[in-house]
Design a protein. Structure first.
Length: 164
């Protein structure tokens, strides 16, 4: 009988240890699907093929020439939509910043596009993506100023960029 009690006690302890040690591990979270990341639709590198891809309605027609080789790289992750550009006119388009106001439901392919705020200069920008996803159009206005450093760049801009 002592042998049976020992065997039963050892079996119970082993079952208890196996139950505790076989606890389910926390699942590793899966990375978000790109369609769930705000701004994923416009991520990538975009470029102006020539100065004709830059429309400018302002006082200084020479501003367009500064953007003949313009490139814009947009990266989207779960925390922000960031951009870098090859702009030589930082007052017209900063060389780096974020696009704020983009959500998972932002519809860049809608006829009206999506309105966002470009930072760090706090410029309201309309972004449209063509149906085939190969053309990105950015529309924004820069207020005219009278300081010598920024005079002559004010006006309405439309950048029509091709996916690279």
């Amino acid at each position: 009988m002592k042998y049976a009690n020992k065997l039963l006690t050892i079996s119970a302890v082993l079952c208890l240890l196996l139950t505790v040690s076989c606890k389910k591990k926390d699942p590793i979270p899966e990375p978000p699907v790109s369609s769930e990341i705000p701004g994923a639709a416009i991520s990538g590198t975009w470029a102006a093929d020539s100065e004709d891809d830059i429309a400018y309605d302002g006082a200084n027609p020479n501003v367009k020439k500064d953007f003949s080789n313009f490139k814009l790289t947009i990266t989207a992750d779960t925390s922000a939509v960031k951009y870098t550009s090859t702009s030589v006119q930082d007052k017209v388009f900063p060389t780096a910043g974020t696009l704020e106001g983009i959500t998972k439901t932002s519809n860049f392919k809608a006829d009206a596009g999506a309105d966002v705020t470009r930072q760090p200069d706090n410029i309201s920008t309309n972004i449209k993506l063509s149906g085939d996803g190969k053309t990105l159009t950015l529309g924004f206005a820069i207020p005219e100023t009278t300081t010598t450093r920024t005079s002559g760049v004010g006006g309405t801009y439309t950048f029509t960029l091709s996916k690279q």
